[in-house]
Design a protein around this ligand. Structure first.
Ligand SMILES: NC(=O)C1=CN([C@@H]2O[C@H](COP(=O)(O)OP(=O)(O)OC[C@H]3O[C@@H](n4cnc5c(N)ncnc54)[C@H](OP(=O)(O)O)[C@@H]3O)[C@@H](O)[C@H]2O)C=CC1
Ligand SMILES: O=C1O[C@H](COP(=O)(O)O)[C@@H](O)[C@H](O)[C@H]1O
Length: 518
């Protein structure tokens, strides 16, 4: 196939992928489609195999049918023709196994050796745990006891979030898996790090003379990071009600994006150099000193019933498997400071929520006004310069500058330079899971989180969670389909700033024209 030929040079080393949790939602929606895309693009050749593991029984035909449905529904490539499909599907086998059944792992080992021989795989094994975190320790142990780590290639463990509930539970979890796997064998997924535009932050910053010299407190007034979702908790009420927005999105995706924006340039583009720089940012986060400090800097909210595009939406407490008296936050916004030379005094405003009006992830870097602006005055409509990095679902970069209004002698107006990557014909950005699976198999841990990153992030988040536990009435509400609680506006307005519109949409739903002149 054409994609295969084009991508030959990017082929990954042969390996067996074990998907523990093979009948689950993550495997179906993300992992199988990602493997198919890698295959279609020739990044996986014929020397790979997948063994799906879960408790329920699945005949080979049933498993292949599940696989087909998952690819057709969720993959960015549709199945090309039946010959290609049969060849792809022949790499997949299923093993019904409870992860606590060590005996069963000996059988798995025999199945593995047979499939390695069949596809000429040299003993490389990648264990992907798409399972509840409580099972991570047991599965690691069963892999060891069942002789699964005695192949003659490498062994790698890929684990999903959430990595713990707080620092203490994360430490326990880490200890359990470290009894079997070394840190360099562990790949902790934060799927935001696999997103094309999150990885692009590094390039935009470090490959452009426009930006890097200005990337500090002398020129940047504030940074805003928004991860908005229109969905509610869907079928995940039970998990979410225990977790909440702070743990579900804050501890991982939001702080990881913040580190990418704030980190120092690494001396080399090696995984440990980059992760060293990221962890320095996390260590520089100004910790909240007291409940009052948290109250002044962090706002939390829960959605109530509302309307979105004419549709009535239930409140969070009415959602399936959610405690009807739940105090769990579905939104939070925080003002965070990175106390180092580069960022001293620059607020980072971060916010995320479910049931907001727009699904979007964006970073807005707002530059300071000119020190002595000769264009101050009523007739000039000056706006601060902005750099906007659009992460998803739109991918692109947007720069807002001031320019003379054409034909006018005195008027100045903001001009938007908008590069929309996702609008370009022929661009079909890889899904985060494709990139991360490929990296894991290639042994590149750059976009996976190291233990010190995870633990430092938890220490920061725990302080907020503790304050909220002690001040339950700090929870505000917001109607589903709106931009979150009032407190989030106050948080930023008190500093003389405002939340910039995201994805072309103003907070009061006035459309902010994207591209061209406003
Ligand atoms: N779904 C998503 O989009 C995301 C999920 N995650 C995380 O990924 C993990 C998996 O999530 P998800 O797929 O949604 O969960 P599901 O509940 O849909 O799937 C869980 C899987 O685990 C298997 N399983 C459960 N117990 C055992 C056992 N004792 N032995 C063997 N297999 C077992 C189940 O199969 P069976 O019942 O047949 O044994 C099933 O395949 C979780 O940690 C979740 O937080 C993270 C980000 C996104
Ligand atoms: O990790 C998670 O992320 C999703 C949002 O991911 P995105 O790639 O669609 O932006 C979120 O819905 C979920 O609650 C959280 O667990």
């Amino acid at each position: 196939m054409a994609e295969n030929q084009m991508m030959n040079e990017m082929q990954t080393p042969g390996a067996v992928f074990f998907i523990f949790g093979a009948t689950g939602d993550l495997a179906r929606r993300k992992l199988y489609p990602a493997i198919y895309s890698l295959y279609r693009e020739g990044k996986l050749k014929e020397d790979f195999a997948v063994i799906g593991v879960a408790r329920r029984q699945r005949s080979p035909e049933e498993f292949h049918n599940d696989l087909y449905d998952s690819v057709q529904e969720f993959c960015r490539y549709k199945v090309a023709d039946s010959g290609d499909w049969d060849r792809f599907a022949s790499h997949f086998e299923y093993k019904s196994l409870d992860i606590n059944n060590v005996e069963g792992f000996h059988e798995l080992r025999q199945q593995t050796e047979a499939i390695e021989t069949k596809f000429g795989i040299q003993g490389n094994r990648l264990f992907y745990l798409a399972l509840a975190p409580e099972l991570f320790g047991n599965v690691s142990n069963s892999l060891k006891e069942g002789g699964m780590l005695e192949g003659n290639g490498w062994n790698r463990l890929v684990i999903e979030k959430p990595f713990g509930y707080d620092l203490e539970s994360a430490e326990r979890l880490n200890q359990e898996i470290r009894e079997v796997f070394a840190e360099e064998e562990i790949y902790r997924i934060d799927h935001y790090l696999g997103k094309e535009m999150v990885q692009n932050i590094e390039v935009i910053r470090f490959a452009n003379a426009f930006f890097e010299p200005l990337w500090n407190n002398k020129y940047i007034a504030n940074v805003q990071i928004t991860l908005g979702e229109t969905v509610g908790v869907e079928e995940r009420g039970e998990y979410y009600d225990h977790s909440g927005a702070l743990r579900d999105m804050g501890q991982n995706h939001m702080l990881q994006m913040l580190t990418m924006i704030a980190m120092e340039p690494p001396s080399r583009l090696l995984p440990e150099d980059i992760r060293d720089e990221k962890v320095k940012v996390l260590r520089s986060l100004r910790p909240f000193a007291s409940n009052e400090d948290v109250k002044q800097n962090v706002v939390r909210g829960q959605y109530t019933a509302g309307t979105y595009r004419g549709k009535e939406l239930p409140g969070y407490r009415q959602e399936d498997k959610v405690n009807p008296e739940s105090n769990t936050e579905t939104y939070f916004a925080a003002r965070v400071f990175v106390d180092n030379f580069r960022w001293a005094g620059v607020p980072f405003y971060i916010r995320t929520g479910k049931r907001l009006p727009v699904k979007t992830t964006e970073v807005v870097v707002e530059f300071r006004s000119m020190p002595n602006n000769v264009y101050l005055g009523k007739k000039y409509k000056l706006e601060p310069n902005l750099l906007v990095i659009r992460v998803n679902p739109m991918e692109g970069i947007y720069v807002k500058i001031n320019a003379k209004k054409p034909g006018s002698e005195t008027e100045i107006e903001p001009l938007a330079m908008d590069f929309c990557q996702s609008c370009m014909v022929g661009i079909n950005s890889p899904e985060a899971y494709e990139r991360l699976l490929q990296d894991a198999v290639e042994g590149d841990s750059t976009y996976f989180t190291r233990w010190d990153e995870v633990s430092t992030a938890w220490a920061f988040i725990d302080r907020i969670a503790k304050a909220w536990e002690e001040t339950p009435d700090s929870l505000e509400t917001y109607p589903a389909g709106t931009w979150g609680p009032e407190g989030a506006k106050r948080l930023i307005v008190q500093d003389g700033f405002k939340w910039w519109p995201v994805n072309g949409q103003e907070e009061d739903n006035v459309v902010w024209k994207v591209g061209g002149r406003e």
